[in-house]
Ligand binder design. Sequence first.
Ligand SMILES: *Cc1c(COP(=O)(O)O)cnc(C)c1O
Length: 502
Amino acid sequence: MIERAIGEEDFGARLAFDRGAAGRRAVAVPQWQGRETPLPAAHLLRDSVRLPELSQGELVRYYTALAQRNFGVDTGSYPLGSCSMKYNPKVNDVVASLPGFANAHPAEPEAAQGTLRILLDLQRALGAITGLPHVSLAPAAGAQGELAGILMIRRALEQRGELGKRRRVLVPDSAHGTNPATAAMAGFTVTQIPTAADGAMDRAALAAELDGSVAAMMVTLPNTLGLWETGIEEAARDLHRVGAFVYGDGANLNAIVGRVRYGDLGIDIAHLNLHKTFSTPHGGGGPGAGPVCASTALAPYLPAPVVVEGSTGTLALHRPRESIGQLQQFHGSVGVLVRAYAYIRTLGLAGLRAVSENADLNANYLRVLLEPHYDLPHPRRVLHEVVFSGSRQRKAGVRAYDIVKRLIDYGLHPPTVYFPLIVDEALMIEPTETESREDIERYAAALVAIAEEAERDPEALEEAPQHTPVGRLDETRAARRPVLRWPGPETEPCGSKGTVER
Ligand SMILES: *Cc1c(COP(=O)(O)O)cnc(C)c1O
């Protein structure tokens, strides 16, 4: 009995605020030896604010226990489709945190010539990788890179005097959701292009939309079905013939890096997600980097700043002549940019090719292992990810949602579900290039076992997950009525004036 009670300390059940006791302290800071300057009384914090009072040991145990409940790429496979949750070399974190990079003052960028040199070399490397030589590293995320690209197209059309008549952006229905959202934010109307039976865009439907009212097409490449967009070169030529631009969403470049260049396909501008392909871990909401890479025609509109080299070899930050302006304070997420530079220099072209070859090999291996057990709407060779449909299991009353919740009981992270929207009960799995053969086989074996469970005992899957600290959450309520402050509405209300009455 006693052992049980001891073992049952539930670190998730109570916040640090509800633990400990008055007067306990975690760290004894040495006494300040200088003269004390009291804060002005008006700025004194309220004495009544209750802060957690824990000893150092209690605090360490509390946070260690919470950290152990976390799931990340460092604890297991994390094959969220479209997100490239791969293992990123830790050495690149070390490089990015070297004092010369980490302590550079953002208001004195030109004093950090070494950092600027790296940024200039990274601009050139990304230009070479994409075949779109004019690069701005400023955007802080993929979606911001998209917005920059579409605003650049908008500015180019404005200068041609065509903005008034070119109001439409074409977006295949297999595109990432940020594509139509970006076009709408930039003031365009979105025309959806349906997907054909082979999983590429319907070229006849595209042809029917092409006229002088089209500003651009935004195409996710590879598309969100994980498929190569067959005929993209011809499609780009058709767009150019009616005077429109082609935007390439390159967030998932790990599918083709080192083997295909967007510029060669006829794409005018693309963004990349350095926090997916180029070695920055992500998933916690940033920071990221979504550089835009442009053709010569669009280069004058790049977002500021770009790094340029003066005649004396001194590097400077530059605002392109017709720039759409600055997207955020300072010069982008420099730590993320340094990681990408280190990654590219470490791998070289041969290594980058191996990245995309292994990303595709892994996804295709998973496809072959799972094809007998799950429906595959577009049965052909995939690139970096594979999108199955849970429609066969749905007939037995099991939803894609039940399948992936059950995966958690196997200790595995679910894939992306219900996206892309054009696949019924979508299960979108991206193993990434860094998973081993054994990891992929383990993941496939769990999904095969679940497919068998779905036939044998479909109701049981509704109870999953059963081996986690919490079971099924009310996700709608969590999104609609999030509890974002302590204490939450179901504990005790906060007193007036920000104090907590107990
Ligand atoms: C992740 C992703 C984006 C958005 O990138 P963020 O950095 O999250 O803004 C856009 N397009 C595609 C295809 C993506 O996979």
